[in-house]
Every structure is written in structure tokens, then in C-alpha cells.
Design a protein around this ligand. Structure first.
Ligand code: UDX
Length: 463
């Protein structure tokens, strides 16, 4: 029910503060959620760090307020996600979150805006709960990854008790029978070397949810029914809502890309036959070494298929703006296009795209599912392995390209997805999954019900 939370003149009666973790895969879903809440009549203030600050001109209807992030310049440019996260959390927690508390207090005191109902924050921002409590602000947690991923957090002590963890070379492919279809290798933390630090982070993320007024997960009921049920059983927070995929919930089309989107690629796609193009992108953080980069270039070339490949300036470790191998450009002329950053949702929705070679970040996975695109999966870290496992085993809409990256394997995988029967079957199942997305977004669908509940819940919270 759009604008349900406005006053008689349609002006918002309440405001939400949102605070995304400053990485692309976290900024997008938080701002998409904020768009959906704004569509339904709430005013929005966005807190953001200086590091990876979003562009406020994309959303003139929101207020943007900076929070000192304490990330030293050399760490900010290092590409070390964990280092950046640690520096940010340490700085925000220093002196009992004084700076963050100050920002929250001044946001609350801004009486040109409607009264603040609560803050929705990314659970990786460890300093928020205490700072919010100090100024009397209620919190809601947004989990930007899957419900299965959060279920893994909850299962961490059990996984240790039962000997699945710490992971060993010898048990990587052992099924975790308590968490089907996952194997030890697919668990969120199997790639972490420091298990103590990991367990501390997980415990704090869970504590943040337990002390909050509700949990929002970017997924939908029909996609992860058992996983959501488990979370709802384990937590006694007032609401656990799954209004995803969040990028489909708002009528707004503005993105929140940190890099400029190359929109010319849409004109190029317009000229390609239906379902003929493989879209290749590894998200905002995953990277290749120089040799893998060459193998991908030749694998795509030798496949004979058309492709649109996102090569971010920092895609290849140790090389800024990597050069292509001799003869590459001539070999793929007319059927291969390389860009620095794509308007990804538009690309996946384009009728010329028939497959997606992805790292399976959760946003990319949801975006692909939403547009009936089957996937070649090449996960690297964090939740990407488990997303791949669900894509392959639970939903049957893609398969993993495993082991060393070699051009011959890439060529074969591309053919399998784009022209063989197995690929067609995945494409059929992807179509069915897209229908489920459609059902959840329809009036009366589970995601619409969830977002309406969320708005009601937010209006019931007050300082
Ligand atoms: C990170 C983690 O890697 C991921 O596993 C976790 O679930 C979220 O945080 P990232 O690696 O960037 O995210 O992947 P993903 O979750 O797929 O998010 C990338 C976002 O950037 C997507 O919304 C995608 O649409 C967008 N994107 C990507 C573009 O707009 N253009 C591009 O060219 C590539």
C-alpha cells in the first residue's frame, strides 16, 4: 500500500535511518530497501562512511550524513576487505562510539525532518548497536546475504562440536548432513584462516540480531523456505522478514554503483540475437591472477559465443587496467565486448543475454534468478561457495566451473550452458524460478506482505 505511512497531505510521518556496510554488494540492497520504504511513505536518512561514499545526487529525496570511518588511506586503497572492515569497526567503537553516537544524536535532533523511528543497519557494522542504544534508538538488522548463510552462522558452534570445523584438507568434500546441500567446503568460514576471529565476528552478528527489533533478509519465502523457518524458530526477535529480491521491490530505477556504468553496452546488446550472449562478471571484489585472466580471454574467444565481459580496473591482481593478449580484439570483433562496469540488472533483463558466468555474490545470484538467466558459477570466498551449491543442487539453474581455470574448460562450460541440452534444462528451471519471484512480488505475494509488515512495524517503533 504505497504512501501508507504518510500523513493526510502525503508527507512522511516517520523517518528511518539506514547505514550500509560500504561495499557495493552491501550498499545496493540497503539502498534498494530504503527506496522501497520511501515508496511507502517513509523519509530516509542514509549514514555513510567517507570510504566508498555513495553518490547523493542519485537520490535527492534522501538525506546523506557522513560518519567518520577511521580507515587510513593506505588501507582504503589496499583492496583488503577484512583490513578495511577491522579498521572501520575499531575506529567506530573507539571511545565508546562517541563519534557515531554524536552523528546519531544530531540526526535524531534534526527537527526539519519527521521523527526518527529506527535505524536499519548492516550487521557487519559492529559499533551500531551500542551507539544506537546510547541514544535510545531502536535497531533493525539487514542481512544482505542469503538465509542459508545466516543459518550457517547459527550452526557454527554445532559444526565445531561435531568435528566439521576447523576445516581440514581431508574433509572439504564431506557433506554436512545437518545443512543440506552444503559440504564443508561450501561453509561460509571454510576459507578463513583465523577461526577465533571468525567465531567472535559471528557471535557479535548474532548478538546484534538478538538485541534488535527485527531482522530483514534479502531473500523470499519460496526460495529458501526451510532456511527461513529455521531462523524464525531460533530467534525471538519481533519480526524476521524476507521481502526480497530487494532490487525488484521499488519502482525506482536509479542504481547505486560506485563505478560509472557503461550504458553503451545496452545498445550493443540490442544488436545481438535473443539469448545469444554470455554475460561475464565477478562482482566488485573477486579477482583473477594474470594467468587466469589470459585463460578467460582465450576461453571466451575459443567458445565461439558472443560475450559481454566486465573487466574492472582492479580485476587482475597486481595489474592496473590489464592488457589483452595479442590477437584477442581481432578474434572477437563483433561478438565480444569488454567494459569496466555494467548496468548489471539491465543487462540481465536484456533479451539478448542467455547465460551469466558469475562469482555468485548473493546480489548477482538473486539478480540472475530474477531474470531467468542460468549460470556458470565460479565462487571465490565468503558466501559465494554456498550460493553456488544452492544454484547447482537446490535450484538446478547452473553448475560450478571448478579447479584451475583453463581455456579448454571455459570453452566447454560456455558451450554446455549456451547450446547443450543440460543448459536448456537449467534455462527451463530458471524460468520457473523467475515465476516464483514474480509471485512473491505480486500484490498479496510474500515479499509484498513482508514489506508492508516492515513498514507497519517501523511505524510502531518510537524513540
Ligand atoms: C560481496 C560478496 O562478494 C558477496 O558474496 C556478498 O554476498 C555480498 O558482498 P560482490 O562480490 O560485489 O559482493 O557481489 P554481489 O553480491 O553480486 O554484488 C555486486 C553488485 O554489483 C550487484 O548488485 C551487481 O548488480 C552490481 N554490479 C556488478 C554492477 O552493477 N555492475 C557490474 O559490472 C558488476
Amino acid at each position: 500500500e504505497a504512501r501508507s505511512s504518510g500523513d493526510a497531505g502525503g508527507r512522511p510521518r516517520r523517518r528511518v535511518v539506514v547505514f550500509p556496510l560500504p561495499f557495493q554488494g552491501h550498499i545496493n540492497p540497503m539502498l534498494q530497501l530504503a527506496d522501497a520504504l520511501h515508496d511507502r511513505g517513509l523519509a530516509v536518512t542514509v549514514l555513510h562512511t567517507g570510504f566508498n561514499a555513495p553518490d547523493p545526487t542519485c537520490r535527492p529525496e534522501f538525506r546523506f550524513v557522513p560518519v567518520p570511518d577511521g580507515v587510513p588511506g593506505e588501507v582504503a586503497t589496499s583492496g583488503d576487505v577484512i583490513g578495511i572492515l577491522d579498521a572501520m569497526n575499531a575506529a567506530m567503537e573507539a571511545e565508546d562510539s562517541a563519534a557515531l553516537q554524536g552523528v546519531l544524536a544530531s540526526v535524531i535532533a534534526d527537527d526539519e525532518q519527521p521523527p526518527v523511528a529506527c535505524i536499519v543497519f548492516d550487521s557487519n557494522l559492529l559499533a551500531v548497536p551500542r551507539a544506537a542504544a546510547a541514544v535510545g534508538l531502536k535497531t533493525l538488522v539487514l542481512r544482505t546475504a542469503s538465509a542459508a548463510c545466516f543459518g550457517c552462522f547459527l550452526a557454527y558452534p554445532m559444526l565445531h562440536r561435531k568435528g566439521y570445523l576447523p576445516p581440514q584438507e581431508s574433509n572439504m568434500y564431506m557433506p554436512v548432513k545437518e545443512l543440506p546441500p552444503l559440504r564443508v567446503r561450501d561453509l561460509f568460514y571454510s576459507s578463513w584462516s583465523d577461526q577465533n576471529k571468525m567465531s567472535n565476528l559471528l557471535a557479535r552478528a548474532i548478538e546484534a540480531v538478538n538485541n534488535s527489533s527485527g531482522l530483514v533478509i534479502n531473500t523470499f519465502d519460496a526460495l529458501e523456505p526451510a532456511e527461513l523457518e529455521k531462523i524464525r524458530k531460533e530467534f525471538c526477535v519481533p519480526v524476521v522478514l524476507a521481502p526480497g529480491p530487494l532490487h525488484k521491490l521499488s519502482s525506482k530505477s536509479t542504481g547505486s554503483s560506485l563505478l560509472n556504468e557503461d550504458c553503451d553496452c545496452i545498445k550493443w546488446l540490442d544488436k545481438q540475437p535473443p539469448k545469444s550472449v554470455l554475460y561475464v562478471s565477478f562482482g566488485s571484489l573477486a579477482s583473477l591472477n594474470a594467468n587466469e585472466f589470459l585463460e578467460v580471454a582465450w576461453g571466451l574467444t575459443n567458445s565461439g559465443h558472443s560475450f559481454l565481459w566486465v573487466v574492472r580496473p582492479d580485476l587482475v591482481r597486481g595489474l592496473d587496467n590489464p592488457g589483452f593478449p595479442n590477437g584477442f580484439e581481432a578474434a572477437v570483433e563483433g561478438r565480444g565486448k569488454v567494459i569496466r562496469w555494467a548496468p548489471q540488472q539491465e543487462v540481465l533483463a536484456h533479451s539478448a543475454v542467455g547465460g551469466f558466468w558469475t562469482h555468485n555474490g548473493w546480489n548477482s545470484t538473486l539478480e540472475s534468478i530474477s531474470e531467468r538467466i542460468p549460470m556458470i558459477c565460479r565462487p571465490q570466498f565468503a558466501d559465494q561457495m554456498m550460493n553456488t551449491r544452492y544454484v547447482e543442487k537446490t535450484w538446478g539453474v547452473g553448475f560450478e566451473l571448478e579447479g584451475e581455470l583453463k581455456r579448454g574448460k571455459i570453452e566447454k562450460a560456455t558451450r554446455k550452458l549456451m547450446e547443450e541440452r543440460e543448459g536448456d534444462e537449467m534455462r527451463e528451471r530458471a524460468k520457473e524460478l523467475k515465476n516464483k519471484v514474480g509471485d512473491s512480488l505480486r500484490v498479496g505475494g510474500s515479499s509484498q506482505i513482508a514489506i508492508d509488515k516492515l513498514v507497519k512495524h517501523i511505524l510502531s517503533l518510537s524513540l
